[in-house]
Write a protein that binds this ligand. Sequence first.
Ligand code: SF4
Length: 424
Amino acid sequence: MKKITHAKAAFSRKLLEWYLANRRDLPWRRTRDPYHIWVSEIMLQQTRVDTVIPYFNRFVERFPTVRDLAEAPEAEVLKLWEGLGYYSRARNLQAAARQVMERHGGRLPAEREALARLKGIGPYTVGAILSIAFNVPEPAVDGNVMRVLSRFFGLEDDVARPATRVRMEALARELIPEGHAGDFNQGLMELGALVCTPRAPQCAVCPVAAECEARRSGRQESLPVKAKAKAPRPEYRLAVLVEGAGPLAGRVLVRQRPAEGLLARLWELPHVEVPDPEVWESPEAAPAWLAGALEAEGLRIKPKRFAGEAEHTFSHLRWRIRLWTAEAAEGGLFSSAGTTPAAASGLRLAETAGASAYSAAHSAAPSDLQLGSRSAARSAQPAFSAAQDGACTYRWITREEFAEMAWPNVFRRLLASYFEGERV
Ligand code: SF4
């Protein structure tokens, strides 16, 4: 017991000294503004520091206060987040900024319960904001911190279990030196990021090596214990790049995902899931399947050529996408058979954004605006998965409009190649 108490005291003291002497100069460390610290902590979730820096700088320059963020159009927030991934973070951040305006007059509260009631703020972020912005002695335990504590104290509890996190939070709370909550918590994070790394920890330069249990027993590589996460499930998808002709020359057809669910409200190329990987990969079977699946949604295309393959990985899912170029089928791009409201079919042309695109489509092919409802009638047919939970909005866009809209990485890359004149 005495030994553990000694180890804890040594850990807290040495870590704090090391951090104060070695901390990296990061933009969010030059401020005590709770809002800026909050933005940085949300961006840093699942994302590397180097990646976050330019995003953070752009974001706080454009939205320097909670009010600026709360009042911004969501499309602009998503555009500034484009490429960071996990877009629900951006939407929750803005929703929470609006809550801060309504409930706290635009000032982030310094109380645990009030912070925890804000959208998208979990126990780690509560602890990080309270300790870093307000120097309140609250632990901030994430995967990095659990790795350091597991190794230093030789703990074999499975860090994937919620009960372990609770125990780690109690331990981390005990370790906080009086009056130094912010620096100590940042020191723990910094040690995990720079020294006690997931692979090949640098014990030779570690400030707490003398008392570290994992180093003493040679268990650096086997700790922390973590139940294996399931590999992301592959999902096979065919996407289509429809090029405009006549008055729509230079434009491509894109759609906006529904307001709820995966990648909500981001823009993308139309794509469909293919249950059979052999069909997905077959140069003969894929075009027919793609045309049939899209027609079931009311979009009538004729695939022309295979244009490439790309991937998009989520935490639980990996989209494998094969892209085909296409042209509108004879008789018009949108099915004219439908009679029910467009939203019910999952197809809708943008009416607000890009008025020119709308009128161009209208004047070029009036029948294209008679939106189909075949998906409802053919529910057994393959359908847009995105459209199942709500309507997708379709739009013909130019290269300039592309640059202004928010995209998941995979579609931004594909379209950037296309608009830059490379064959995709
Ligand atoms: S001595 Fe090695 S294993 Fe222990 S905390 Fe330091 S870097 Fe991690």
